[in-house]
Structures are given as C-alpha cells and as structure tokens.
Design a protein around this ligand. Structure first.
Ligand code: CTP
Ligand code: MG
Length: 404
C-alpha cells in the first residue's frame, strides 16, 4: 500500500447557506445546474486542484447528501474529505470548518460552494500566493460606473480604479486565520468575508487576478448563466423529438395539496399512489414518451413502492437521469392544467422555478378553467396536459429515430 503524503493545505467549502435569493426550493448547494448540483461542481473544481484536505460545511440535516457529493467528486481521494455542520451565518460556518482542520495544515483556503464553476487553476494560484503572514484573494476589476446614492439621489461618483470585486477561494496562513477568527468571535464582530476579518486583525491581504467563471450563483439569473456555460453544444441535425403526457387526479384524502412541485397549505389534496401531483406526472410521461422510454406506470407505478408518497422532485430528477443515460437533454416543457382550484397564477413563477431547476430546462405552466363543464369544472379533480421537447446529446439524431 502506498502511503500518500498528508497535504499542508486545506480547502473549506462553505455550503451551509439556504439560498434565499435563489429561491429554488432547496438549499443552494443542492440545486442542480445540469445533472450535477452546485456543490458537486464546486467540489469537482476543488479536487482538480492540488491535493488538499477538503472540508465541506453543510446545512444541518443535509450532511449525508453532502457526503454523497463529496465521495462522488473525490474519486479515489475520499480520504481527503469530510463533512461538518454549518452555522447560522457564513462566518460561523467557516468557524465550524476551521475546527476540523488536520494538525499538519498550514495554509487554509475558504471557498464558497456557490462559486461552483471556479477554475481549479484559480484555487492553485491562491494557495501558492499565501505566505506565512499575508492572506490572498482573487478579484476582478469593477467594470460598471459606480455612484454613491442616498434616498433616491446620486450623492457622489466613486473612482472605480480603486475598487476590486472579491471572489473566493480566499487563502490565509492557518495560525493567523485561526487567531483572527477567535478574536472576531470574542468581539462578536461580523465581517463580510474572510479577508475583511483577517484584515481587521491587522494583517495584510493581497489580491491576484480572479476569473469570470468564478462568479457567485446568487439569483435565478446567475443559475441560468451557469447552465448556459455548461450546456453541451447541440448541433441541430434535425427537429427535436417531442412527447405528450396527460394526467387526471380526483380530489380526496388528508393533508395539503401537492401540485407542480409545491405544497399548497389549506388546499384539498389530490389522491394517488404518490402525492397525486398531476403536473409532475404529466411532465414525466411527456419526457419518457419523447425519448421512447415507456411511461410513468412502468417506471414509478404501484410495482415500485419506494415511490409511494414521493414528491415531484424525486420523479422529475429520476426522469432527467433516465433521459441523460439514454443520451438526451431536455429542451423545454410546456404544461397546462385544467381545474377550478387552486388559484394557480399567484404561485406560477415559483412553480416554474422549482420545476425548471429540477429538470435543468425551461418549464412553463399555465392554468385554465372549463366554464363549469366536466369533472374539473365541477371541482372534482384536476386534468393536466404536458408537452416536452428533447434533444439528442450525441449529435446523432438518427440513432434515436426508428428506421424504416
Ligand atoms: N454559507 C454558509 N453558511 C451560512 C450562510 C452561507 O456556509 N450560514 C455559504 C453558502 O452556502 C455559500 C456562501 O456561503 O456557498 C456564500 O453565501 P451566499 O451566496 O449568501 O449563499 P446563501 O446564504 O445560501 O444565499 P442567500 O444569502 O441568498 O440566502
Ligand atoms: Mg447569504
């Protein structure tokens, strides 16, 4: 057995935030960019850099999921990684990571999982630039013209040549960073980032050139940007394949309604083998149909008790995986639901965000009533129709079309 040297660098990947501004229905680190989560992409970058101890700081309750992502990214270097539980603020999460450092570590990098596409070369460059008494941050020049404003009025111009936009990883000599954190904890002081905390303890922080790909995924537009950057180039060799799915569920049962991936407190639930989410089920059938992979009953029906009570996210992410395995990516999904309740429009944007995030593709949902006609008009249930388009990933359309 080869004994590998213990690394002297550690990378703390903070992933314990809730992602309030992204509002994707799950803590940000666990939201999918493509088939992989934000955290998995961040860790792929980390493991492609020099060998280091890797500490993932996860939200309480999601340590197991974080460990799964860590193992997948680490490959045969799983010995380097561990997961700890984060705190209520980013600063407390970093502190939790610091408490897990190996004794041999002398350089600590703190990295936002939310900067998921950070190139590994940036991680290496920061680690190399840290000295025994200086910290290092990657930064980019500020491009926009900046103004100081107060109460709707521009009060001053700001000289942007004096400014830089800070990124991560931020690197520090371990002993000084630990002491600076202890000081901040003692003074109950909260800093915007690790460099500010380190500087407040009287130390020098230098900056090196960051990169555009190290942007932080904060808003839905940022997530879209990450998706665009990762999207495989698809050569249009023909028209996309399309599929259709319909589903009907009657109202009935106990608890709250689950529809379009959302829980609707106070609304009557739909009955069904799973949570009765007719929107999700119609989407699954449309996608499977487009790919010629059968239907929902075959893959998720009563013969699969593991899906009893499961919510949309489970069905949809598994369907996305099946399509990916079969060589397809999802183009878009359009859904229409017919029913008197719930009043869908007020949560349409939220539903579309959740469904789009799970599928990694644009999902639009419209709702209509039927003028009092039929079962949906009588308020007995909901009917849903979904259409999906999919694109072959391998640029070889013909291999997926039955030949004559
Ligand atoms: N973070 C953390 N622990 C916290 C808060 C944030 O580990 N208590 C991490 C996030 O997971 C993220 C990084 O710090 O990787 C940068 O934070 P931010 O982009 O603000 O993420 P969130 O706090 O999750 O997002 P939001 O502020 O929109 O809720
Ligand atoms: Mg935050």
């Amino acid at each position: 057995m080869t004994i590998l040297p213990v690394p002297h660098t550690a990378i703390i990947v903070v992933a314990a935030g809730s992602g309030t501004r992204l509002a994707a229905g799950a803590p940000k680190a666990f939201v999918g960019i493509d088939a992989h989560s934000v955290l998995r992409h961040a860790l792929d970058g980390v493991f492609a850099a020099m060998p280091a101890q890797v500490i993932v700081v996860a939200p309480a309750g999601l340590e197991g999921e974080a460990a799964t992502e860590l193992r997948a990214a680490a490959g045969d270097r799983a010995d380097l990684g561990r997961v700890v539980t984060g705190g209520a603020t980013r600063q407390l999460s970093v502190a939790a990571g610091l408490a897990a450092l190996w004794a041999d570590v002398d350089t600590v990098l703190v990295h936002d999982a939310a900067r998921a596409l950070t190139p590994s070369s940036q991680i290496d460059a920061v680690a190399q630039a840290v000295t025994a008494d200086t910290g290092v941050i990657p930064s980019l020049p500020v491009i926009d013209t900046l103004k100081k404003v107060a109460g709707g009025t521009v009060v001053a111009a700001v000289d942007r040549s004096e400014l830089a936009a800070a990124q991560t990883p931020q690197g520090f000599p371990r002993a000084l960073l630990e002491a600076a954190y202890a000081e901040a904890l003692h003074a109950d002081a909260e800093y915007t980032d690790d460099a500010a905390l380190f500087a407040a303890a009287g130390h020098v922080v230098r900056h090196i050139e960051g990169s555009a790909r190290a942007f932080k995924i904060t808003t839905p537009a940022d997530l879209e940007r990450a998706r665009q950057l990762l999207a495989p180039p698809v050569r249009a060799v023909g028209i996309p394949l399309v599929g259709i799915g319909t589903d009907v569920h009657a109202f009935g049962g106990e608890g709250n309604l689950w529809l379009a991936g959302l829980e609707w407190p106070g609304e009557q639930p739909l009955s069904g083998h799973s949570d009765g989410d007719a929107v999700a089920h119609a989407i699954v059938d449309a996608l499977l149909g487009a790919a010629g992979l059968g239907d929902i009953g075959e893959h998720f029906g009563t013969a699969h008790p593991e899906y009893a009570g499961a919510h949309a996210e489970v069905f949809l992410s598994r369907t996305r995986e099946m399509l990916a395995e079969a060589g397809f990516e999802i183009g878009n999904v359009a859904v229409q639901l017919q029913g008197n309740r719930p009043r869908f429009s007020r949560r349409r944007a939220e539903a579309e965000r959740v469904l789009s995030a799970v599928l990694g593709a644009r999902v639009s949902v419209s709702a209509t009533t039927t003028d009092g006609l039929g079962f949906s008009g009588r308020g007995e249930g909901i009917a849903v129709t979904a259409i999906a388009s999919i694109l072959p990933r391998d640029n070889d359309m013909n291999s997926h079309v039955p030949r004559e």
